[in-house]
Design a protein around this ligand. Sequence first.
Ligand SMILES: Nc1nc2c(ncn2[C@@H]2O[C@@H]3COP(=O)(O)O[C@H]4[C@@H](O)[C@H](n5cnc6c(=O)[nH]c(N)nc65)O[C@@H]4COP(=O)(O)O[C@H]3[C@H]2O)c(=O)[nH]1
Length: 610
Amino acid sequence: MSSHLPEPAVASGESPQRQFVFISDGRLQEAPTVRHLLNFLSPLRAETPCQKVLERFLAQPDLYALPVIDKESRPIGLVDRRSFIEFFSKQYSREIFGRRAIVELDSYDEYESANPLIVEDSCSVEDVAQMIIDAGMQHMVTGFIVVSGGNYLGVANGHDLLNIITQRKQAELHYLAHYDHLTGLPNRMLLADRLERACRDAERKNSLVAVLFIDIDRFKQINDSLGHSVGDAVLRKVVERLKLSARRADTVARLGGDEFVILMESLDDQADVDLVAQRVVEAMRAPIEVFGHSLVATVSVGSSLYPADDTEISPLLAKADAAMYEAKARGRNGFRRYAAGTAMYNPARIALENDLRKAIDGDELVLFFQPQVDLVTQEIRGVEALVRWRHPQRGLVSPIHFIPVAEESGLIVPLGNWVLCAALHQLRQWQMQERLPVRVSINISALQLRQGGFARYLAEQIEAYAIDPCLIELELTESVLMHNVEGVLQTLHEIKALGVSLAIDDFGTGFSSLSYLRRFPIDRLKIDQSFVRDIERTPTNESIARAIVALANSLSLDIVAEGIETPAEKSVLEHMRCSEGQGYLFAKPLPAEEIVNWLGVSRKELLLSY
Ligand SMILES: Nc1nc2c(ncn2[C@@H]2O[C@@H]3COP(=O)(O)O[C@H]4[C@@H](O)[C@H](n5cnc6c(=O)[nH]c(N)nc65)O[C@@H]4COP(=O)(O)O[C@H]3[C@H]2O)c(=O)[nH]1
């Protein structure tokens, strides 16, 4: 190792953090190593004359740094373009030092070389990301040297590293959002997606799609009497048998609890559905052996058919569910097809839907507001309106429980309209009291936006409540932008023309191309709270949040980080120049009157505490 070039930081692949898995399309893969990022770059040798180094930099303007190796091909340093060129730009330096070897340079004060990072090719990308964050991010720009057994292989650059980490994180989030943890089966969300695609295909090909709804008979008894671990083991065994009963191309999904669906695509004949349903019922008759117990877990199965029974996704599932209930009512352990006379019977769900309908018409819904604050000054910049349901029996119900029911039943449209009007009404109150002249963000669901005339409805409400439109922001999820692009684009332009701004909620979780950001008239990105959680000790979260902030800056978009719970999370985001934040650290969602108090009292405390 030369004494002239800086001491490199060498990282081996033996780090204990290497158990990461790469998840794509539901399959587990090995964690990628830096070998995936390798670019060959012919290195310099310690004795290379300075003039030659300068010539290489001039010939390749996109090189940030050049690696230096010794006679045994071991990296000994890195020549940083900026400091080297700055040094050489002085005419006298070129003349005096042009023919000297690079190793002789560091006796001169002007020359400062970058401290290189050298990593073994077996090192995981997560470990390298952590090292780069620990070292202060400069290697994101200069890149790092990759070695094998200490010998020079090539270099890798920070952009490729960030890309691969972002992709992995998105794949992990996609997996968590679309697959069931216990069984590894597609979950309700992925099923809905596949069902929608299958129906579109069927329409083109003039074929059929079937939904088999499967529920384990008396599963609750197994769980209650033998415990959850036995229950879980039974569920896994049931899944094995369902997979064996289904055709190869069918999707077996878990809706939750003991409910499963088999989605059968590209069918020509209802008889195929009956066959698979019978196979499922038969397959469950043999006892299941778990933890020394021999249990029989029979199932009830109901089916519905696209397009004969329904052409919409939710009713199609509901009809298969209703047929399954009929099979249960007829003594369980059997199969029923949906028919026109089948009672649409799912008591819990129907009760919730009915209650929600009444809640929208009555006065059980309330809006809470959560502050969005400037991370540097702690000034309030806006509030997000979040709906709550004060149920007479169940108490305060979280939107997590009733928004999905509202979406599936179409009740989200009247509910969303109620939220919009209530938020504008509140904004008007604050304006009149000269209390809170801040932006109010309102969540808008895809179905609402796709209703014809949404922009007109919005304009009418803005006029009715006499609100300055620049105080209104609509929050959309990435998925809203993915379907019917032209129609959505037009509506968004109409909304923007009113002077209302638009934000993308839960940004980064949508698994979508970023190119739409340029196409759609978006004003703000909200970094999803999953990237904010423990950001100070989770390198992937930090890299992604940093990438989102950089992306927002480069497209001149505003940015808010969601779900900030700790001073450490806030501090990391503040340092990466994320301008605004929202989260329990500042305030939980609060009723309208408490927000005003919060402004008066808590903000002073906030100012003192950070
Ligand atoms: N763990 C943690 N959570 C935090 C923190 N700060 C805020 N949150 C919660 O994160 C959620 C943020 O809202 P969202 O992403 O729009 O997610 C919302 C939104 O998708 C939906 N939602 C709520 N209100 C409406 C509405 O009026 N219309 C529509 N369409 N959806 C709504 O329900 C979701 C859940 O709402 P909430 O339960 O109010 O949950 C809120 C909020 O209470 C924090 O520091 N830590």
